[in-house]
Design a protein around this ligand. Structure first.
Ligand SMILES: [Zn+2]
Ligand SMILES: [Zn+2]
Length: 327
């Protein structure tokens, strides 16, 4: 198998050849057809997450087909198309797992961060954490759903039932969330980098009733805002745009420091929450709804060996929607 390996933090990934591995008990080997590139992969490369591990193969939005079964695997078969998300393994015994909050597990493994991921031609995964997929949709179009879509879905649930929804940072996740939110009958307000007319037009094309800079106030007070961007100063900005009792949901795994702000912005029962990881239940629930919602992802595809270019383009915001590697 071939892979793009992170051998040292802050360095480009290296194209390497590895010996083919065989799945252990409860595992399957997946021949990878597509792997999305997520902002979290940039955080992995930049060493911005706690306890970074190298060498590691990044990538946690994997679509592929099972090509080898380990002992005891019955739920998947050879040739089955599967999606592999960020949550790669949980302990099943800690208080969080036992309470149904496996996204907060004390001893988890995360695909492309603490276990090898999908910037490769093949990977070995725990069968119980792979989502079986049908044949509808291309591999590239489905890949971004595995993190941008899933984390977006969980963020939307945590944002509550409010109709007026603000999305700060209109990239891979927001372009999917906007479509779900409209399907749910919500009104979407999109916030981009000030002056980013192209992304604002992209947001309007996906049904946002208003799109503007993150330094602007929306025309209506928001019931909730989800922040996908990594800039901490968006937290007070989003609080300022909320109605009383509204919620700000921080959906990213990493954010710069949140600047001090007057208590008056939080007062009147406004809330700030964060979203961490996903549960398998989130995944099953979301992937079941995808055909019904009719989500259309905008993707820019790259060859596996172009992973460094894809990461650079993501960092610079050079495309709308999501980047996907095709091995
Ligand atoms: Zn656990
Ligand atoms: Zn991700």
């Amino acid at each position: 198998m071939h892979a793009m390996m992170l051998n040292a933090l802050h360095q480009p990934l290296d194209y390497i050849e590895l010996v083919d591995r065989h799945p252990g008990p409860g595992q399957v080997r997946v021949a990878i057809a597509a792997c999305g590139v997520c902002r979290t992969d940039l955080h992995v490369v930049d060493g911005e997450l706690p306890h970074p591990q190298v060498p590691i193969i990044p990538g946690h939005e994997i679509i592929g087909r099972v090509d080898a079964l380990g002992d005891g695997v019955r739920a998947l078969h050879i040739g089955q198309r599967v999606g592999i998300p960020w949550l790669g393994h949980t302990c099943g015994t800690c208080p969080y797992c036992r309470a149904g909050h496996e996204n907060l597990c004390d001893h988890p493994l995360f695909t492309g961060y603490t276990r090898d991921g999908g910037f490769a031609t093949a990977t070995i995964v725990d069968a119980a954490y792979a989502f079986p997929l049908g044949d509808a949709g291309s591999d590239a179009s489905l890949a971004p759903l595995l993190c941008a879509g899933l984390i977006g879905w969980r963020s939307l649930k945590i944002a509550g039932e409010g109709k007026k929804l603000g999305l700060y940072g209109f990239g891979a996740a927001a372009h999917i969330v906007a479509q779900i939110a409209r399907w749910q009958g919500r009104t979407v307000y999109a916030f981009t980098r000030p002056g980013d007319a192209a992304t604002q037009a992209f947001a309007r094309s996906l049904g946002a009733v208003w799109a503007g800079g993150s330094d602007e106030m929306p025309p209506d007070a928001l019931d909730a805002a989800i922040i996908f961007a990594t800039a901490g100063e968006l937290v007070p900005a989003a609080l300022r745009a909320l109605r009383k009792g509204g919620r700000v949901v921080c959906a990213g795994i990493h954010m710069s420091d949140i600047p001090a702000f007057p208590y008056g912005l939080l007062w009147e029962e406004r809330q700030i929450l964060s979203v961490a990881n996903l549960t398998r239940q989130d995944g099953l629930e979301f992937l079941r709804l995808v055909p019904e919602i009719g989500i259309v992802t905008r993707t820019t595809t790259y060859r596996l060996t172009e992973a460094n270019q894809a990461l650079a383009d993501l960092r610079a915001g050079r495309f709308e929607g999501a980047a996907v590697l095709i091995p």
